[in-house]
Design a protein around this ligand. Structure first.
Ligand SMILES: [Fe+2]
Length: 846
């Protein structure tokens, strides 16, 4: 490809030794853009446009030595195309002077009237190697004013090492990405900016749909979201008006995947289609299931959907392809896939072994904690919430822990564990109970670690604070043996479990999943784009972990966590759902505790032990979230350590990296500004600081998220196993004679009425099915070698080690966990309350 021209004199003359360079531009037609549009009518359309579509300019690394200013940028139009399936290649020719230096950037303009998705640019013709530019970005047309986009080569540079010819472009690109904080964002924009959560409510539609602003105030601290700049509501000037599309920067959208069910608009419209269908079928939105056979119908026969409006069927097919079955040409059936455990035993969820196992190894394995103190007490103000003492006494516990004898011994030997939702939910009990169709308690559930190393539940305590002129109410429920399986106590135990499971489902979705792995990550995404140049090595390290977060979060704001969205319809806190996640952010969230080892230590599930694997001795030996999670944590940490120490050989390089320092400052002061004064924020002075910060972010977005996301349908797909709401209070709480009589005569009916309504259950199962799916182009950690790493032998080898280590971990999990899973599912099918629950493990991972 290269063409060197000799001088007529035959002597070396650097000025005349020009280099002919060919730029090959790769465009993905993706979901549209001009190539997609062109391909539809005819190929002729493309030919007419060649030569005047994209304009390239090459930028030298060096400054002009005589003027000390940037060199002129040679310009050329693309021509000659080749098309293969979705990909189109263009070429542009350049003749560069021999003293042009290395090409460090390409500037590109799109002179057609539609956007294009630019995958990459490769420059051929240099003596030693081709120069590659990975772009993966939408280029907007010049219609609305000239847009010059700059792409840097795949080589990473710390700010201080930036070639002088690229310095201005590096800085200006960041300024562009930050925007000026003004105006309403268009879907084609690339601006990353911050705002508070002021778009969850919909006061313009109804003042009942007004919701508090989360973030930027002392009452409801919250992470920041991406600024959209929409107009504010007349009904509530603090709230933004909702619109049909929620802006995310153009390259954050699921734009290059065809037919994806994850596209925000598709999901949003698909959910509306489902809601409309259910509304038509169900005359009463509060109607529940009348029997367990009635529930089984969802998985056996399904139910006929009414005729759908225009493109309603297409939307549903996109959103829930696996759940939609064609009955005939005009009718469709919504039929849910039965989760594996349900297929083996339709009453698997009655099992106390399963209840305890899921607490440790189900979809929410990181809420359980060690009981460290006795007696159990509340920290809430007794003047408001009633006596602090727990009703769980040694008389309740000790008959069930005979291998330990006393509670003190059990605590000393680390045998007692707890799901503690008492102090967190109690302040919201009276508010939530004002809403029709839901109820709430503060709850504690105690578990005992048996000699087999598995948990068994020993007590549930439900508490209602003083309210409506009544004093505090609390009661302890205990499991009962097979011998008394038809007793009133057994049904009370089942009802108490339903309440605790609803608490756990709500806490899981709102806090462990949404807040801790989605919401808090968004400020990291925004700051990474605003403060770190795309040629910064830390930008490149973080990018795979931040992918699609903003798009999914915007989908959540649009359809899931919004006023009257799926969460408010189906989860017990109703309109207080998001307030509760703000309370959790305020009182519980700490960045340093998101690191897996710190999280385990904080919950008492591990103690530091230099002699133990991963430096931690686990309180429960067989705890898959910790066992498998620590393998993945260590692999990430090792990779990040090698990467960071390569680019930052000493602390000075960290301290003087202005982009990195601004990045960390902005995360703390702006994105998480409501918690900026917290003492636990790590400093960023050394490579260890940076390694800890990056490992934590990567873990939260990969391992932690995978653990609490991908098995949502496996556990919640049969809703009695994880109800999202308990609609009625316990029959023992101030019952009328009639209520008590009804419970005694038909306890099953009482449980069914406590469960979610048909609409609530169905809607949640649809969403869990969707959320448990992997994106069509899911990027698994350690699988994809970033192009800049390929070019750096040290980083390349480190990444290959990371890849190998993860493959080994994956192999170990697949070999061991699935065998155990099969064995335990068989045990559950044979023997519901077998104590052989050891090792039924989570198999999902990212
Ligand atoms: Fe998720």
């Amino acid at each position: 490809m290269k063409a060197m021209t000799a001088t007529s004199s035959g002597k070396t003359n650097t000025k005349s030794q020009n280099v002919n360079v060919k730029a090959v531009v790769t465009i993905d037609q993706g979901n549209g853009g001009f190539v997609g549009n062109l391909l539809k009518p005819a190929l002729d359309g493309i030919k007419k446009l060649t030569g005047k579509t994209l304009v390239l300019e090459l930028v030298s690394d060096d400054l002009d030595p005589t003027t000390n200013s940037e060199k002129k940028t040679p310009k050329s139009w693309v021509e000659n195309i080749e098309i293969k399936e979705d990909t189109v290649w263009y070429e542009a020719q350049f003749e560069l002077s021999a003293d042009f230096g290395n090409v460090g950037a390409v500037i590109i303009e799109n002179e057609h009237h539609d956007e294009v998705f630019l995958k990459s640019i490769a420059l051929h013709g240099f003596p030693h190697e081709q120069v590659h530019f990975t772009c993966n970005s939408w280029i907007q047309p010049n219609n609305d004013g000239p847009v010059k986009r700059v792409f840097f080569s795949d080589k990473s540079y710390l700010p201080s090492q930036t070639p002088r010819g690229l310095q201005r472009l590096r800085d200006e690109e960041l300024v562009l990405l930050r925007g000026n904080g003004e105006g309403e964002r268009k879907s084609s924009d690339r601006i990353y900016d911050y705002d508070v959560y002021n778009d969850l409510g919909d006061p313009n539609t109804s003042i009942d749909l007004k919701r508090p602003i989360l973030g930027g105030n002392k009452q409801y601290p919250y992470p920041r979201r991406c600024r959209t700049g929409r107009k504010h509501s007349d009904a509530d000037p603090l709230s933004e008006i909702r619109s049909s599309g929620f802006y995310v920067p153009r390259d954050e959208a699921f734009a290059t995947i065809k037919q994806t069910q994850f596209k925000t608009s598709t999901v949003s419209l698909g959910l509306n289609a489902i809601l409309e269908s259910l509304d038509t079928i169900l005359t009463d939105p509060n109607i529940g299931f009348v029997s367990f056979e009635d529930i089984d119908t969802l998985y056996k026969d399904g139910f006929h959907l009414p005729p759908l409006k225009a493109n309603g069927l297409t939307l549903l097919q996109r959103v829930i392809p696996k759940l939609l079955k064609a009955a005939n040409d005009s009718q469709n059936i919504l039929r849910f896939d039965a989760p594996e455990a349900f297929k083996r035993d339709r009453f698997f969820w009655f099992s106390d072994v399963e209840f305890a196992r899921e607490t440790l190894a189900g979809v929410h394995p990181n809420s359980i904690q060690l009981v460290k103190e006795w007696p159990l007490t509340s920290k809430l103000d007794p003047q408001i919430f009633g006596p602090q003492e727990s009703a769980i006494t040694r008389e309740v516990i000790e008959p069930q822990i005979i291998t330990c004898g006393t509670v003190e011994v059990a605590i000393k030997e680390k045998k007692l564990f707890m799901l503690d939702y008492l102090d967190f939910f109690l302040p919201y009990v009276s508010k939530v109970r004002e809403i029709e169709g839901t109820t709430l308690y503060g709850s504690r559930t105690l578990f005992f670690l048996t000699t087999q190393g598995t948990l068994k539940p020993v007590a549930i305590e439900l508490t209602r604070p003083p309210m409506d002129g009544k004093p505090q109410w609390k009661q302890v429920f205990t499991p009962v043996s097979h011998l008394s399986s038809h007793s009133t106590n057994l049904w009370l135990w089942r009802l108490a479990k339903a309440h605790v499971l609803a608490h756990d489902s709500g806490y899981h979705e709102l806090i462990t999943h949404w807040l801790r792995t989605h919401c808090v990550v968004e400020p990291f995404v925004i700051a990474t784009h605003r403060q770190l140049s795309c040629m910064h090595p830390i930008y490149r390290l973080l990018l795979p972990h931040l992918r699609y977060t903003m798009e999914i979060n915007s989908l959540a704001r649009e359809a899931l966590i919004s006023a009257n969205g799926v969460i408010e319809i189906s989860f017990f806190p109703k309109k207080y759902s998001m307030e509760l996640s703000s309370v959790a952010y305020d009182k519980l969230w700490q960045f340093d505790l998101q690191a897996l080892p710190n999280d385990l230590i904080e919950r008492g599930m591990a103690v530091a032990d230099p002699c133990a694997p991963h430096g931690l001795k686990l309180a429960i030996e067989d705890y898959p979230f910790a066992n498998d999670g620590l393998l993945i944590w260590d692999a990430i940490q090792e990779w990040v350590t090698e990467y960071v120490t390569h680019y930052y050989p000493n602390p000075i390089t960290i301290e003087t990296d202005r982009e990195l320092q601004e990045w960390w400052k902005e995360i703390r002061k702006v994105g998480h500004g409501d918690k900026s004064e917290e003492p636990w924020w790590p400093n960023l002075n050394t490579s260890k600081d940076l390694i800890d910060i990056i490992t934590t972010i990567a873990w939260v977005a990969s391992g932690h998220h995978a653990a609490v996301n991908f098995s949502q349908y496996a556990y919640g797909g049969y809703f009695p196993n994880r109800p999202t709401i308990a609609r009625n209070k316990m029959p023992t709480e101030d019952p009328s004679d009639e209520e008590w009589e009804k419970f005694l005569n038909n306890p099953e009916q009482t449980l069914l009425e406590c469960f979610p309504s048909q609409i609530q259950a169905t809607l949640v199962m649809v969403i869990l099915n969707l959320l448990s799916e992997h994106s069509p182009d899911e990027e698994y950690i350690g699988k994809y070698m970033e192009p800049s790493w390929v070019e750096n032998p040290i980083v390349k080898e480190a990444f290959e080690r990371f890849n190998t280590k993860l493959k080994k971990i994956e192999g170990w999990i697949l070999d061991n966990r699935i065998q155990i899973l099969d064995a335990i599912l068989a045990i559950l099918a044979d023997e519901c309350d077998s104590s052989e629950g050891r090792g039924l493990q989570r198999i999902e991972r990212d």
